[in-house]
Design a protein around this ligand. Structure first.
Ligand SMILES: *Cc1c(COP(=O)(O)O)cnc(C)c1O
Length: 516
């Protein structure tokens, strides 16, 4: 098979040089193995290990013991290992290639983080150990807190939330508790949320018992200040605003927005998912923010998922610090205490969000990232992330249609105007990217842009990698415009699976394997 200049086969993987579809006897394709379900690989009659016979003893389960077979397939270690390795080969991963999902900051996860987090002193401790035996771990959490507060200029940090959305909930619960303290929780019911917001923002406000009032965007993709002024009033509890916003644009009026909300007695919740664009450049405190979550898996390079929950610490202003949830860290000279219950606390914690103190594995990784970059390095990260996004914006503008005029922050947003009259939709375009070896960008978000395509390259991609990606997208855009609709509406043809019914999978998932 011929290779192109980047070493990729020029004929699709399932075709021979004559362009004929290759059907194999085994169902595997090359060295990519066909893989059935574990229940199909293993049998109920098989067992991967030899257990000694069960001694004859009286059950202490008082009649609750299982009286039928458990129904799990028996498998050997190599069968299990191969199953998961084969499945992993069908997945896309940041270790495999560029991952342009906007609003997700899919940056490289440095191996140094992984090396450090596996040190026995970090990996082998347990949250139920006496605090006197984990002083080093508590000091590390104190250090992470220090960095997060230094980067944002904020007064306190709650470490226990497990993700961005969990952090939103933490911040909004602090706001609710503060309003309770002021005796205004029943009168301040409204939370202002821009139309372009991530879906978790209105969901969080609703989960905390507030009413959502949508703010429209103006023609530049930012909060419409005229509308905002008409919506400010004594019943406003808070505004939830992302900055830079989900259109990849800095909210230029952010200080005025904060002042308007504060003057009306409300709080400013900032969605910090896009911190990667402003870290070391803009101090969040100076923007008038009262609470902001930080997604360690976005800005601070910890893995997105994989092996457990993540971490979404929340930084708080002086006005909200007292309401931070339990448990929280307290320093006393060289020793650290985790304040575990309200009776011990001198503050007014709104409650507890999780069993323990947060995700230690993520704290270690994030701190390794922060310390290996240093303050100047973290600033450089933001600068490079913004530069990379603007480079792509400039390259792609030749054939694709930017949603707004001017430069962007760390992600470039396009609409589907360039696909007008081609019969190709944003979805088709994204599916064709899969055939080209790229995970699609974020599509149809933010909702304020028609057929949105949100591309975030992050600072970790090289110029060569960005050029290859841009060339591919430009070629696809040209193909769509030249009438090659077939390429798009049938895509993906080279992926292990074609188009899935994602809606049905989400609405009526089959969660149980049934033998029949
Ligand atoms: C990712 C993201 C969130 C949610 O964060 P999770 O860690 O996925 O819960 C919220 N808002 C914005 C703008 C995001 O990009």
């Amino acid at each position: 098979m011929a290779m192109n200049s980047t070493g990729r086969p020029t004929a699709p993987a399932n075709q021979n040089d004559a362009g004929q579809d290759v059907k194999t006897f085994s169902g595997s394709r090359g060295l990519l193995q066909q893989e059935p379900l574990l229940h199909e690989v293993g049998g109920l009659e098989k067992c991967g290990v030899d257990f000694p016979p069960i001694p004859d003893c009286k059950s202490r389960l008082d009649g609750l013991e299982r009286d039928n077979k458990i129904g799990l397939p028996g498998l050997s270690e190599p069968e299990v290992l191969r199953h998961y390795v084969r499945l992993s080969q069908r997945n896309y991963a940041i270790d495999l290639g560029l991952y342009p999902l906007g609003s997700c900051t899919m940056k490289h996860n440095p191996r140094l983080n992984e090396k450090v987090v596996r040190l026995p002193g970090f990996a082998d401790i347990h949250p139920l150990q006496p605090q006197s035996t984990v002083q080093g771990a508590l000091a590390l959490m104190g250090e992470v807190s220090h960095w997060l507060m230094a980067i944002t200029g904020m007064d306190a940090v709650a470490l226990s939330p497990k993700a961005g959305a969990h952090g939103e909930w933490c911040g909004m619960m602090c706001i609710r508790e503060a309003l309770k303290d002021r005796g205004e929780v029943d009168t301040r019911r409204r939370v202002l949320v821009p139309e372009s917001a991530h879906g978790t923002n209105p969901a969080t406000a609703a989960a905390c018992g507030f009413e959502i009032d949508e703010l429209p965007a103006d023609v530049t993709g930012r909060v419409d200040m005229d509308v905002l002024r008409t919506k400010i009033g004594p019943d406003v509890a808070a505004i939830m605003l992302t900055n830079p916003n989900t259109c990849g644009l800095f909210e230029r009026d952010i200080c005025e927005i904060a002042d308007l909300v504060h003057e009306a007695g409300g709080y400013f919740y900032c969605d910090g998912a896009n911190l990667n664009a402003i870290m070391g450049k803009t101090r969040v405190r100076d923007l008038g923010v009262d609470a902001m979550h930080i997604n360690l898996h976005k800005t601070f390079s910890t893995p997105h998922g994989g092996g457990g929950p993540g971490a979404g610490p929340v930084v708080l202003s002086k006005r909200l610090s007292a309401y931070a949830p339990l448990p929280y860290l307290k320093a006393d000279g060289d020793s650290w205490t985790l304040v575990e219950d309200a009776a011990q606390s001198e503050a007014k914690p709104f409650g507890r969000m999780s069993a323990f103190h947060g995700q230690m594995g993520m704290f270690v990784r994030a701190l390794a990232y922060m310390m290996s970059h240093g303050a100047d390095g973290l600033r450089q990260v933001s600068e490079d992330a913004v530069l990379n996004a603007n480079y792509l914006l400039a390259c792609l503008s030749d054939e694709m249609s930017p949603a707004f005029d001017g430069a962007c922050m760390h992600e470039a947003l396009f609409d589907d105007a360039f696909l007008k009259d081609t019969g190709v939709t944003t979805l088709d375009f994204s599916k064709a990217m899969i055939d080209e070896g790229y995970h699609p960008m974020t599509m149809y978000f933010p909702l304020v842009v028609h057929g949105a395509m949100l591309i975030e390259p992050t600072e970790t991609e090289s110029k060569e990698s960005l050029d290859r990606f841009a060339d591919t997208l430009l070629a696809l855009a040209k193909a769509a415009k030249s009438g090659d609709r077939e390429r798009f509406v049938t895509a993906p043809v080279l992926a292990p699976l074609r188009r899935l019914d994602e809606t049905r999978a989400a609405r009526s998932p089959v969660l149980r394997w049934a033998a029949d």
